[in-house]
Design a protein around this ligand. Structure first.
Ligand code: 5GP
Length: 188
């Protein structure tokens, strides 16, 4: 059945986007990515309307006032991210399942909202030390941002037990296979 919600959360640097993009690119599962809105600045290579809808602080505030979000969170200080009702609606109306890449608080809230029509998956790093190595290797963030993200990861992992399933990304190909199988069992 289409119109199901797949929630995927993970600490930054756990390979979540890579896993989601790999499964989307294969096209074996009928699901589309819900593009979130954020007021953070784009990283190099990111495109408005593809990775996020990049909004100004004022535009984000206006969207909140207009009740445009299913949920939104201040994931980092001053940096807001939100799932747009219009995105979820558009994808469901077109008869597809929806995949949400959202933080732990948003993930828990959306699962509560959609109940059995949603499946929540938490992607885990093999360890905190390995996560730090991966973030440093990615080299897209300044050292203080990496420190902030590692600290946050420990907090986020404490929510893993509230998710329907947990996948450890030790080996990427295995993690993709496992995530695909979990999603496929849920939507088919
Ligand atoms: P990044 O800045 O690395 O793209 O994302 C930071 C965090 O924001 C990630 O954990 C990501 O899952 C989360 N995020 C992205 N979009 C949303 C959203 O719409 N809602 C919530 N609650 N979190 C989001």
């Amino acid at each position: 059945m289409a119109g199901k919600i797949i929630i995927i959360s993970a600490p930054s640097g756990c390979g979540k986007s890579t896993i989601i993009n790999a499964i989307l690119a294969e096209g074996k599962i009928d699901m589309q990515f819900s593009v979130s809105a954020t007021n953070r600045v784009p990283r190099s290579g990111e495109t408005h309307g593809v990775n996020y809808y990049f909004l100004s602080d004022d535009e984000f505030r206006k969207a909140i006032a207009e009740d445009a979000f299913v949920e939104y969170e201040e994931v980092y200080q001053g940096r807001f991210y939100g799932t747009l009702k219009s995105e979820v609606q558009r994808i469901c109306d077109a008869g597809h399942n929806v995949v949400l890449d959202i933080d732990v608080k948003g993930g828990v809230n959306v699962k509560r909202l959609y109940g059995d029509n949603a499946l929540s998956i938490f992607i885990m790093p093999p360890s905190i030390e390995e996560l730090r190595r991966r973030l440093e290797g990615r080299a897209t963030d300044a050292p203080e941002v990496i420190d902030e993200r590692v600290g946050k990861a420990e907090y986020e992992i404490s929510f893993a037990k509230d998710y329907d399933c947990q996948v450890i990304n030790d080996d990427l190909a295995t993690a993709i296979d496992e995530t695909r199988r979990i999603i496929s069992d849920f939507v088919n």
